[in-house]
Design a protein around this ligand. Structure first.
Ligand SMILES: Nc1nc2c(ncn2[C@@H]2O[C@H](COP(=O)(O)OP(=O)(O)O)[C@@H](O)[C@H]2O)c(=O)[nH]1
Ligand SMILES: C=C(OP(=O)(O)O)C(=O)O
Ligand SMILES: [Mn+2]
Length: 622
């Protein structure tokens, strides 16, 4: 406390003194001394402190006002537009190599990151912020403290997370809290991070602390989002619950029935757009905690806001997001095109100006980057940051429920052009966990730096964030199901099937029909067709639902094309997955291989009887 008294002015010091936690005090004193900010501001839960951060984002030029009140725009460097996987490392003692995880020796990593951060906040203001993951004062709550010199990062966190200062005060010495230390580093004239060659995101799994430096992109910097996620996965696996890359939503069934679903898809594969379907209800769009209570799986949103992809948001497909983005509620737009104070983005379904300012600076149509690529109006990974309370279809009761909501179904999906059908149901928990979750593959996207469109192994859509050996993580999943009296049904979806010419086989809103079908299946209200890979919908049920939900026809031809069981592709996929688990992952539960083996056998038998490509109508008649 003596050290802190010297480092902080009286008013800020009093705010810290009110929290009885010596561990926190020591952490703050160490880092404030090390980072050497000119000024420190401590945020309590008061609206004034939040307003101060919001104002500082403008004052320091990290955000600019737009025409609509409460709207601002933020830019990240042209080369800092996505998660940097290569420079994101897990610090583990001895630098133990773990397949699929990017690890580094803990001592070495800590030394490197401390060196990069020494005195990095000279001339800058440091914000000390307190938040919680999960609803406040609940079984899910995890407190966290964020140190950052970016008012944009702190501002984003106020929009996305529940305030935690009072929670820290309440918990005192009992708080098992996460720590995040971030610096955007030196900024250029556009107020974007300059030293990208020294961009590092290091996750200290032992100290439950994450360091992030020389970057601003939210996926690399917003402590409570993808950085905390690595820490919560570790806790969940140790404690026997699930921390997942999943949306949480309510699907409305017949006669007012409410059924909650989670959905795990890799970044840029449809979590937000599914959770936002206007006639259903959103609880969360990215991160869900799931715990077993009295034999029932209950889920809660880790966050209270959305950091969503803006490309493609248009008034027809996304009426609610569109409406929210055009109302005067607090929103940060990032990496969009701005002209005369108005934001524009790719595929917004209206005309876009031919010049303005965007993530590349001054922009005009046809402008090329250093690599000779034409720069689109907005970046593919451009985003909006907004609180869920502003969405007319938010399920507020579910969002704040201290014990979460009962989960009826869990969905897995990815970008797959040729293998999985649009929707199918697992035979049981184990079958779903193994053949849907653990077998997920998806094409890479612009949410991470590097090549797009490459099919990649991505179990549970979580591989980028995995912080424990994969075998242990899958073991935890399998055992989780055994704790449940009534396990959620598991489903797999694929929104991204293409025909031989590369055209999509489904419209963006077809997912709304799959959701209604899954809701009926959770309650056993419709029959299904048994296939070697699980249950698929009957044509008649889908045709009725297309009419009811979208007021559209659905032809037998489209159904047959979409739901054909593609035996060669499915077998090739099992081979790939089995090889990965046999050759690359260690200590895989034996059940995984058994379940894959059974699936393979079913597919081979079906091929003998019906051929390589099996029409769902053939299977229905059998
Ligand atoms: N073709 C196609 N694209 C989709 C569909 N759903 C979402 N997308 C696109 O996928 C991208 C990412 O979607 P989003 O829901 O933000 O993904 P998230 O990162 O998982 O939350 C956006 O550009 C969407 O327009 C779909 O059903 N079909
Ligand atoms: C913030 C992210 O989340 P998502 O794309 O899953 O919405 C990210 O991946 O950087
Ligand atoms: Mn999203």
């Amino acid at each position: 406390m003596e050290r802190l008294e010297k480092l902080l002015d009286k008013e800020q010091f009093e705010k810290i003194r009110a929290i009885d936690n010596p561990e926190l005090h020591e952490f703050l004193a160490d880092w404030i001394e090390w980072l050497e900010p000119d000024k420190v501001f401590v945020c309590t839960d008061s609206p004034e402190d939040e307003a101060y951060v919001r104002w500082k984002a403008l004052y320091y030029g990290e955000e600019k006002l737009l025409e609509t009140p409460n709207h601002t725009v933020h830019y990240d460097s042209y080369y800092d537009q996505a998660r940097d996987k290569a420079n994101t490392k897990l610090l583990v003692p001895g630098g133990k190599e773990i397949p699929f995880l990017n690890t580094k020796d803990r001592d070495e990593g800590l030394r490197e990151i401390r060196e990069l951060m020494r005195g990095i906040m000279k001339g800058k203001e440091l914000f000390v912020c307190f938040f919680v993951l999960g609803p406040r004062n609940s079984v899910f709550t995890i407190p966290a403290v964020q140190l950052t010199d970016s008012a944009y990062v702190a501002h984003s966190e106020f929009i996305l997370y529940r305030k935690g200062y009072e929670e820290f005060k309440r918990l005192g010495r009992g708080a098992r809290f996460f720590r995040f230390v971030h610096s955007a580093g030196e900024l250029d004239e556009r107020k974007t991070s300059k030293n990208l060659d020294k961009r590092r995101i290091y996750i200290d799994l032992v100290g439950e602390t994450v360091y992030s430096v020389n970057t601003q992109y939210g996926g690399n910097t917003i402590g409570l989002k993808k950085l905390a996620f690595r820490l919560t996965i570790q806790r969940a696996v140790r404690e026997g619950w699930l921390s997942e890359h999943m949306f949480l939503m309510r699907v409305n069934g017949p006669n007012g029935r409410k059924t909650y679903f989670t959905g795990a898809y890799p970044s840029m594969c449809g979590k937000t757009s599914t959770a936002m379907i206007s006639w259903e209800n959103i609880v969360g769009d990215d991160l869900t905690f799931i715990m077993p209570f009295n034999g029932v799986a209950r889920g809660a949103n880790v966050e209270k806001g959305v950091f969503g992809i803006i490309q493609g948001v248009n008034p027809e497909d996304d009426p609610i997001i569109w409406q929210v983005l055009h109302s005067p509620v607090e929103i940060i737009f990032s990496n969009v095109l701005v002209k005369d104070g108005k934001p524009y983005w790719n595929e917004m379904g209206m005309e876009i100006p031919e010049e303005g300012e965007n993530h590349s600076g001054k922009w005009w149509k046809g402008k090329k980057d250093k690599e000779g690529n034409e720069i689109p109006p907005s970046h593919k990974n451009a985003r909006f940051t907004v609180s869920l309370e502003h969405f007319p279809n938010v399920d507020m009761d579910a969002l704040e429920a201290p014990c979460g909501v009962e989960i009826g179904g869990m969905i897995f999906g990815g970008r797959d052009k040729d293998t999985w059908p649009p929707v199918r149901e697992a035979f049981d928990w184990k079958h779903g966990v193994v053949t849907m979750g653990a077998s997920l593959e998806s094409e890479t996207t612009a949410a991470t730096l590097g090549k797009e469109g490459v099919r990649a192994f991505n179990p549970m859509a979580i591989l980028d964030f995995m912080s424990v050996p994969l075998g242990e993580y899958i073991e935890n999943y399998l055992r989780f199901g055994e704790k449940l009296r009534k396990a959620p049904k598991i489903f797999a979806v694929n929104y991204f099937l293409r025909d031989e010419n590369g055209n999509w086989l489904n419209h963006k809103l077809d997912k709304a029909v799959w959701l209604k079908w899954m809701e009926l299946r959770v309650h056993g209200d419709v029959d299904a067709i048994e296939t070697p890979i699980g249950y698929i919908p009957k044509y008649e049920d889908l045709a009725r639902l297309f009419r009811e939900v979208l007021n559209k026809g659905y032809s037998r031809k489209d159904y047959e094309k979409q739901f054909t069981v593609r035996v060669p592709e499915l077998l090739a996929k099992i081979e790939r997955i089995e090889r990965i688990y046999r050759e690359q992952v260690r200590e895989v539960p034996e059940e995984l291989f058994e379940v894959l083996e059974e699936e393979k056998k079913r597919l081979l038998e079906a091929r003998t009887k019906y051929g390589d490509y099996i029409s769902p109508f053939v299977l229905e008649r059998k």
